[in-house]
Design a protein around this ligand. Sequence first.
Ligand code: FES
Length: 131
Amino acid sequence: MKNTNVSRRKFFKAALAGASIGILAIWDKVVKTKVITTTKKIWKIPFPRFKKISFVEEFVVVNNHGNPEVLSAHCTHLGCLINRVEGDKLVCPCHGSEFSTSGKVIKGPAYQPLKKVAFHFSEKKDMIVIG
Ligand code: FES
């Protein structure tokens, strides 16, 4: 009588190898055909000449005597938008983290500084352009 265990084992090994190759081929196509589109948003926000601190959209604009600095308003703790000033401190409304006007952490729970945002002035120098 013929031993069928060996041939079954070979069959399952071959089937497993074939299935693996098929999965890899499909995976490769899925990964290669994935289209990633990114649209970079450009922000134009008015330069607040006469205000020391302004909250505009997702940004904090700190006007250092005409030499502005732009910080992300997203708190580095859990991402809430910072929208309040107490004295010279930027205060997160969610859990009370406090930051200096240069973005340094004064009080946690956040432990990382606010991100500085690169920008340039518009031609008329009346707008801050980000992006
Ligand atoms: S999200 Fe700002 S302190 Fe938690």
